[in-house]
Design a protein around this ligand. Structure first.
Ligand code: GLP
Length: 252
């Protein structure tokens, strides 16, 4: 695991976008799984800017959705698919048939999860995984405790996830209680992973992620034993001071 500490959220974005651009330049048909949430939004904006000056081409990628709220279809404006579409897929021109979604409005979630893992296998696994760090150490919605061999599955959201996502929903009681998440098994098997961490509020969980022995209680801690992981964190997240709070963008 490499840890890159950079000044602020904007520097996280630049570093992550450069990293992603290098992976995609080396393999334009790469299979990548992409988080939503605030952490990667600036990175995606940076990639869109590169695309606009013909310096980044995502049109041959195969893109996998990391997680989804159960019960919401892809057209629902609150769905994570829609967020991914608006921030990455549409501005970068990724064709629909290059996207492997997690349709939250399915009547058969178990079948959807099996089909997702089959699609990951068929793609030969993820070349690149771009992740944020949940406030309780979750990756995607692999809520603690999560075993490292967890498949893609339906999960009950933890209290912490419900609280941290309430800002996107206009209140705690509005947040769905269940979700679909790509499993830790496929995420940890990615050939390369970027974990993007920004802001002093992530300090405690970031330190647990990189310093404690890997355990199901902090699912992200298993990244310590995965191949080719780069944590890109800003100083506020690493040092825990509040100096850089407010420098983030991309919230909605
Ligand atoms: C959310 C999502 C994750 C995301 C993480 C961190 O609940 N399930 O995919 O990476 O928590 O979110 P943020 O980047 O907004 O801090």
């Amino acid at each position: 695991m490499r840890i890159e500490i950079v000044d602020d959220y904007q520097a996280v974005n630049r570093a992550a976008a450069s990293h992603i651009a290098a992976v995609v330049a080396a393999k334009p048909t790469a299979s990548i799984v992409l988080a939503t949430g605030s952490s990667p939004m600036g990175t995606y904006q940076d990639l869109v800017a590169r695309h606009e000056r013909n310096a980044f081409d995502a049109t041959r990628l195969r893109v996998f959705q990391l997680d989804a709220y159960l019960g919401l279809g892809r057209e629902d404006r609150r769905s994570l698919y829609r967020w991914l579409a608006e921030s990455f897929l549409t501005p970068l021109g990724v064709p629909d048939d290059h996207v492997v979604a997690l349709p939250g409005d399915t009547t058969d979630p178990d079948a959807v999860c099996l089909a997702f893992d089959a699609a990951v296998r068929e793609a030969g696994g993820f070349d690149l995984s771009v992740l944020g760090l949940g406030p309780n150490g979750h990756l995607g919605f692999n809520e603690p405790p999560a075993a490292p061999d967890s498949p893609t599955r339906v999960v009950d959201l933890s209290e912490e996830s419900i609280i941290s996502n309430a800002r996107y929903w206009g209140g705690l009681d509005q947040v769905p209680r269940r979700a679909l998440t790509a499993g830790l098994a496929s995420l940890l098997a990615a050939r390369e992973t970027l974990l993007l961490v920004s802001g002093a509020h992530k300090h405690g969980i970031l330190r647990r992620t990189v310093e404690e022995a890997p355990s199901p209680d902090v699912p992200a801690s298993y990244l310590q034993v995965a191949a080719n992981v780069t944590v890109i964190a800003d100083r506020a997240a690493w040092d825990g001071d509040g100096a850089h709070l407010g420098s983030r963008s991309g919230d909605r």
